[in-house]
Design a binder for this molecule. Structure first.
Ligand SMILES: [Zn+2]
Length: 87
């Protein structure tokens, strides 16, 4: 094996050693971070499961909708109370 090839091989091994590993957020499969997309392993990506950001986005939208509903409900209650008061 040439020195250059040997160096290349050692560099690849070093890079693999440095790579962080993480659990897939759906199935818990522990694998290299670089092979996960947004915390999702390849198997779960194939199943079309959402990544961390997709889940977070859904939560943000849900919360915003809930807040809107609560504000509307609160406003309606105040208007209703005013109507009752001035009747
Ligand atoms: Zn998975």
């Amino acid at each position: 094996m040439s020195d250059k090839l040997m160096d290349q091989g050692l560099k690849t091994l070093a890079a693999m050693d440095d790579e962080r590993m993480e659990d897939c957020i759906h199935c818990g499969d522990n694998w290299y971070v670089i092979h996960h997309i947004d915390g999702v392993c390849h198997k779960c990506q194939d199943k079309g499961l959402p990544g961390r950001w997709e889940i977070r986005k859904a939560q943000i939208i849900k919360r915003a909708l809930l807040n809107t509903v609560l504000i509307l409900a609160g406003t309606s209650a105040i208007i209703y109370a005013l109507f009752m008061f001035f009747e």
